[in-house]
Ligand binder design. Sequence first.
Ligand code: AMP
Length: 369
Amino acid sequence: MTDRILGPGSTLGIVGGGQLGRMIALAAANYGLKSHVYAPDQDSPAFDVAARTTCAAYDDAEALAAFAQSVDAVTYEFENIPRATADILARHAPLHPNAEALSTTQDRLSEKDFINGLGIPTAPFRAVDTPDDLDRAIEALGLPAVLKTRRFGYDGKGQRILRARAEGDRNALFAEFGGAPLILEGFVPFEREVSVVAARGRDGSFAAFDLCENEHRDHILALTRVPAPGLTPETARAALDITKRIADALGYVGVLAVEMFLVRADGAESLVVNEIAPRVHNSGHWTIEGALTSQFAQHVRAVCGWPLGDPARVGGLSVEMRNLIGAQADDWRALLAEPGAHLHLYGKGEARPGRKMGHVTRLGGSAGA
Ligand code: AMP
């Protein structure tokens, strides 16, 4: 597929129809592009803002080929699409990020092997394919440890902390995960969780947003603060450097996020990579109002082969982004009435518990506040 530079009026294909796809499509529209969204669910929030939609399964080879042929480039907002799906798309249109980056990062085992291969630390880990493997992995890593499915995990789904050896019969534990391939990770005694959201262009250019600090509740991102307060400049630089090395090694084009644990031992800060998201990321939503270029605009720029935008924070202000989970979105009237609160709602019908319904961003304070 020739990877020509897209011009205004071109059509961007977006695989995945959630809020991330919706916000990519909105950013694309600002640049005079049309979006064609492919998703299996008729209720997809991104369908509401797209020029064209295809509602079909991720393994429908015919629909995927027709979709890819109808657009000028394809990207995705969802990393759990099968590798075979990415390969079909790439046969018919330029695909960014590339299929290899997708498959490396969608399996926690290949992802950690890849990161460690760059000399970047992760939690210690062992593959667990049988109950016997689990015993051996616990022996090697000790407890507590975190047992996770290797694929298809998000928002804490598909994982469980093991604190004591007596915790459940190992066969029952295995059954709980439905026989899926697993990974056991040593527990990282982190002080805080941080992330870097960054973009790599087709020409290898790189632009990172400032380091974010993330707070999770019930395994779901609740709050992002930027810049991550109280960290040394060396740590912030190291986090950006890790992200650049990962993006370069993947030959990555587009926005990615690298989630990291900040560990403090004997007063010294160090970073341990938790996971890579090969897509725009929830911890980058603050950039819509808080940065000179939003992560969504940046992603569109990278995928189209355009120059990357300036990722600096607007006016050097600190920024806070809160997710509106489930019924929290019912406060929309009060949030609209609050001066300086930027409300985003994703157009999802039912506010189920744990469902991300929207977010609110507040700019304030001065740099480093
Ligand atoms: P993940 O799905 O890998 O992003 O994990 C979800 C959350 O579980 C992380 O944001 C951490 O709060 C926690 N967690 C995951 N893995 C570990 C680990 N190896 N050690 C300590 N906490 C972890």
